[in-house]
Design a protein around this ligand. Structure first.
Ligand code: GAL
Length: 362
């Protein structure tokens, strides 16, 4: 009997110790409120400023404090900033990695300090990351390619990928090729250039497109640009050859400049990703993880190390015909900004009363 009690006591002690060891308790932050470290690749693009603002707003509403750091595209700066956030005692780390592989070292450091990590919008590969929240990125690529192929079923295509260090860029390309491959095999379309754009820079997309246009003697039906910043470079290269508006160009993010190009006719489409549900969900997930509460997920995504519990949102293809009923109606962008360069007579009658509504706000 004595032995039974002794072992029972030892077992309870072990569980208590294990619980104490495996969780960084809330009290660790001193005053009982949650501190979130938000380590961002860059704030250069319009979309990331929106992500930051909505994330901070939601976290603050829920009583948490957010420490935001932006590495402006520099891996060692991002690693250093993340270490710094950990030193400051954040309870949870949310990371938009510049390089999805290098950022694994951030997860390692956080895990050593028992701080949970969320991969925001971009996966952190080969790491023990706790949660991933993003859009269905393969679907983004599919929407881009399908839009172009439906309208340009034959001819020469240029592929302008994003940053080669961004896992999303590879998923966009995967989705694009799922749509384009059958048409390539049938000989309907031909890929005349296939390039990646370092850090998603418009200047990279510009020079890739200039070179491709020269090689193809300007015979191009469509350019699959993987986002709106690269689409900007593509349209500039097309404009130099008086081809802007004659060659179909895709995009992604519903950036203001891209939406202006769409209504003006030089970019065919963008993929609209409502940021509010993404940033809101990430803020809620961060707080839940910090409190060791369950986080709702709708899928798992393998990152090379494990199946990461994930929440993926649906992207929406948008063109001139439905921009008023989606991007503008949601309040993501204002009609007077999108249509700024066009005469009033060309503005949509009343986007606010448009009948087709997308599900989510910015
Ligand atoms: C991707 C992201 C896109 C785009 C791009 C450039 O990872 O999913 O929405 O913003 O980065 O920043």
């Amino acid at each position: 009997m004595k032995t039974f009690f002794t072992w029972t006591f030892v077992a309870i002690l072990c569980v208590a110790l294990a619980a104490g060891c495996s969780h960084k308790t809330k009290e660790g932050s001193g005053n009982g409120h949650i501190r979130i470290g938000f380590s961002m690749d860059s704030l250069q693009l319009e979309r990331w400023q929106r992500d930051r603002d909505i994330f901070v707003q939601r976290a603050t509403e829920l009583g948490a404090e957010v420490l935001v750091q932006s590495a402006e595209g520099n891996d060692s700066v991002q690693v250093r900033q993340a270490e710094n956030l950990l030193t400051q005692g954040v309870d949870v780390l949310v990371v938009v990695p510049h390089n999805g592989e290098i950022a694994a070292s951030i997860v390692d450091s956080a895990k050593r300090q028992r701080v949970p990590v969320i991969a925001y919008d971009r996966m952190i590969e080969n790491s023990d990351v706790d949660f991933y929240v993003s859009f269905d990125n393969v679907k983004v690529g599919e929407l881009q390619a399908k839009y172009l192929l439906d309208r340009a079923p034959k001819g020469n295509y240029i592929l302008i990928g994003g940053s080669p260090t961004d896992n999303n860029a590879r998923m966009f390309r995967q989705g694009q090729m799922m749509i384009l491959d059958p048409a390539i095999k049938q000989g309907d379309i031909k890929i005349v250039a296939d390039q990646w754009s370092k850090d998603w820079l418009p200047s990279e997309a510009l020079s890739h497109t200039e070179n491709a246009l020269t090689q193809a003697q300007n015979h191009i039906a469509a350019v699959v640009a993987s986002n709106d910043s690269t689409a900007g470079g593509v349209v500039q290269a097309l404009a130099e050859q008086k081809l802007a508006g004659k060659v179909l160009v895709s995009g992604q993010d519903a950036d203001l400049a891209a939406c202006q190009r769409i209504v003006e006719g030089t970019q065919a489409m963008t993929v609209y990703k409502p940021i509010r549900p993404l940033a809101t969900r990430a803020a809620e997930a961060a707080i839940a993880l910090a409190k060791h509460q369950p986080v709702p997920s709708n899928t798992k995504v393998n990152n090379g190390h494990k199946d990461v519990p994930s929440y993926l949102l649906e992207p929406i293809a948008v063109d001139k015909g439905d921009i008023a009923q989606t991007v503008i109606k949601d309040g993501f962008l204002k009609v007077e900004d999108v249509y700024r360069n066009l005469p009033r007579s060309q503005w949509p009658a009343s986007p606010a009363s448009a009948s087709k509504v997308s599900a989510s706000a910015p």
